[in-house]
Design a protein around this ligand. Structure first.
Ligand SMILES: Cc1ncc(COP(=O)(O)O)c(C=O)c1O
Length: 411
């Protein structure tokens, strides 16, 4: 099916949004990161949108849409289906503009986001097990309660609001050569492309989406939104099954390029951003760095590249689990299973071999019951801190040289 009538977003709408947002949205910094430049080979600048008051750039579109509501609609209030940053942006700015906000979230929505939306004064309705069920309920409630539905990405006011980010980048890094934009439904990409193509057409615009939810590239190829099968992604803000009709229509004729990123690169990027930039960035916000690290943008070596750190809303426990996975992917945590002698001194021998190899043990499980029929041996599951993959190889060699049999390495 070809795209039907679509709304365009003229540059003037983004200019007007900028005036509307002035003073109510943080002008976040966009500084060069020497550490990320060294790591990636590009000259990397980080736009710190995770430092907006609700922790993401989504406030821009939400504020721009709310600020233009006719007074009667503003009095009745708005509704959205969102389990994340759009909901937080609406809740925060709805409160400041005195517009009642209702958010429908699936029942499994993270408690922290439910709590924060309520804290900002929004009415939160938990409904359904899937996002589609929540969206259907939001449409039903919109009709029943006469509320205005604010789409998270396929709304011209939202797209224009997100586009304001591009003006700041042009001012902050006037000689930027490329900008990498995380893509969910494409509101941010559509808004930014509108501005950048008009004002700096030689700047490369690169959209990045998780391989596990690559609906935007699929929609571009099909020339219309198509529903793709999604799998779990750490970049939950980009976990969209169908791109927007307006966003696709806006982006398609403009010069751009799309890349996909895998989960391991997203986890590794979150680790690098925490370690090198001292930033807590959610999976969606780390997708741009993941694209640089994945090797699919080698042509950007030596170029001035702007990364959009679009959000930082992640539960601390989830963040620490991702960091651990990132450390494992980086060869800095190693878990392995060995068979050792079940005689006094067996465990001491293992720990002395590990100590001599410089591996710091963080966890050890000694298992006699499930060690098989040979009663003279036991299984030991070890987790150790390591420097890198070369260090892991040294440890493996040292274990085998000292008669410790490796039964298996764990991912
Ligand atoms: C942190 C973050 N980055 C990027 C995006 C992608 O935005 P869009 O859906 O407009 O493509 C989202 C969407 O919610 C997000 O939360």
């Amino acid at each position: 099916m070809k795209t039907q009538a679509t709304t365009t977003v003229p540059l003037s709408a983004v200019v007007a949004a900028r005036t509307r947002l002035n003073g109510v949205i943080v002008r976040t910094s966009c500084l060069e990161s020497p550490a990320l430049s060294e790591l990636t080979g590009a000259q990397v600048f980080c736009k710190q949108e995770h430092l907006q008051r609700t922790g993401s750039f989504k406030e821009r579109g939400a504020r721009n849409a709310l600020a233009q509501l006719p007074s009667e609609q503003a009095r009745s209030g708005v509704i959205a289906a969102s389990a994340g940053n759009h909901a937080l942006g609406l809740a925060w700015h709805g409160r400041s503009l005195n517009i009642p906000v209702t958010v429908v979230m699936p029942r499994f929505a993270p408690l922290v986001k439910v709590a924060r939306c309520r804290q900002f004064g929004a009415t939160v309705v938990l409904h359904g097990d899937t996002f589609d069920e929540a969206r259907a309920e939001a449409s039903r409630l919109a009709e029943e309660r006469k509320l205005t539905y604010v789409h998270p990405f396929d709304d011209p006011h939202v797209i224009a609001g997100q586009g304001t980010l591009a003006f700041e980048i042009l001012e902050q890094v006037p000689d930027a050569e490329a900008v990498i934009v995380p893509v969910g439904g494409g509101g941010l990409l559509a808004g930014m492309s509108t501005v950048l193509q008009a004002l700096k057409p030689d700047l490369q615009i690169i959209g990045v989406e998780p391989a596990n939810a690559a609906c935007f590239a699929a929609g571009l190829a099909a020339e219309a939104p198509v529903r793709v099968a999604t799998r779990y992604t750490l970049a939950d803000g980009l976990a969209v099954a169908e791109a927007g009709r307006h966003t696709l229509a806006i982006v398609r004729p403009l010069a751009h390029r799309m890349v996909e990123v895998g989960e391991e690169d997203i986890a590794l990027s979150m680790l690098r951003l925490a370690e090198l930039e001292k930033c807590i960035i959610e999976g969606a916000g780390a997708a741009g760095l993941a694209a640089l690290l994945s090797g699919s943008l080698k042509d950007l070596a030596g170029r001035r590249v702007v990364l959009l750190l679009t959000g930082g809303n992640i539960d601390p426990l989830a963040h620490s689990r991702v960091i651990e996975r990132g450390l494992a992917a980086d060869g800095r945590i190693y878990r392995f299973d060995v068979l050792i002698s079940d005689r006094p001194g067996g465990l001491a021998h293992l720990s002395s071999v590990l100590a001599a190899a410089g591996a710091n043990v963080t966890e050890i499980v000694h298992n006699r019951t499930f060690a098989g029929p040979d009663l003279s041996r036991v299984h030991v599951l070890c987790t150790v801190e390591t420097r890198d993959r070369a260090h892991i190889a040294e440890i493996q060699q040292s274990l085998s040289k000292n008669g410790v049999e490796l039964a298996g390495a764990q991912p």
